[in-house]
Write a protein of this length. Structure first.
Length: 193
């Protein structure tokens, strides 16, 4: 069985080449900025970005005044995230398993995860840990999908997982090319719970 951290380490060097990963295209970056700001409480809310990859969303939110703690299993991804964040206040990164992040409980206004839940061996258990990170009015903000490759979670599956975790989800489908840098043929969505 392959080591997930090693697999993501190998992907780190080219990870940001995907339009929705690196957000290098101003139009794609702007679409994600607007989407996230519409789903999050106002800054300076505290955000746990779990499975943060190279830290693109963490930095986007830090630029908007949020306090962000990014967590990723891959040392190479976290190294790149730290390089991007050099000298920026309000954002930090740690190497750890996103399914059980070493963050203080009841300390976050938002737990943000993009394309992470589907890849975890026990998503229901991870959701329990994530809910524990939230303060009384905290919210989960998840971006997931059921991809043409056969991987992922449908919106229906994610909604069921969230309801089992005691959250009431609201789904927003994201078929627009603006988010992905091109047309898509699979199901992609954002859930706030």
């Amino acid at each position: 069985m392959s080591d997930p951290a090693h697999e993501w380490d190998r992907a780190a060097a080219t990870f940001d080449e995907e339009p929705d990963h690196g957000l290098r295209d101003p139009a794609v970056r702007g679409a994600w900025r607007e989407l996230l700001l519409s789903a999050l409480p106002p800054a300076p809310a505290r955000v746990a970005d779990l499975g943060c990859g190279t830290g693109t969303l963490s930095l986007l939110l830090a630029e908007e005044g949020y306090a962000v703690d990014g967590v990723d299993l891959s040392p190479a991804m976290v190294r790149l995230a730290r390089e991007k964040a050099a000298g920026r206040a309000g954002v930090g990164f740690v190497v750890a398993d996103a399914s059980e992040p070493p963050l203080p409980p009841a300390s976050y206004d938002v737990v943000l995860c993009r394309h992470v839940l589907w890849a975890l061996p026990e998503p229901a258990v991870a959701l329990e840990h994530w809910v524990d990170l939230l303060g009384p009015d905290g919210r989960l903000v998840l971006v997931e999908g059921a991809w043409h490759t056969g991987g992922g979670l449908t919106a229906e599956q994610t909604v069921e997982l969230l309801r089992t975790a005691g959250r009431e989800p609201r789904v927003m489908h994201l078929p627009e090319a603006d988010y992905w840098g091109g047309e898509i043929t699979d199901e992609r969505y954002l859930v706030v719970a």
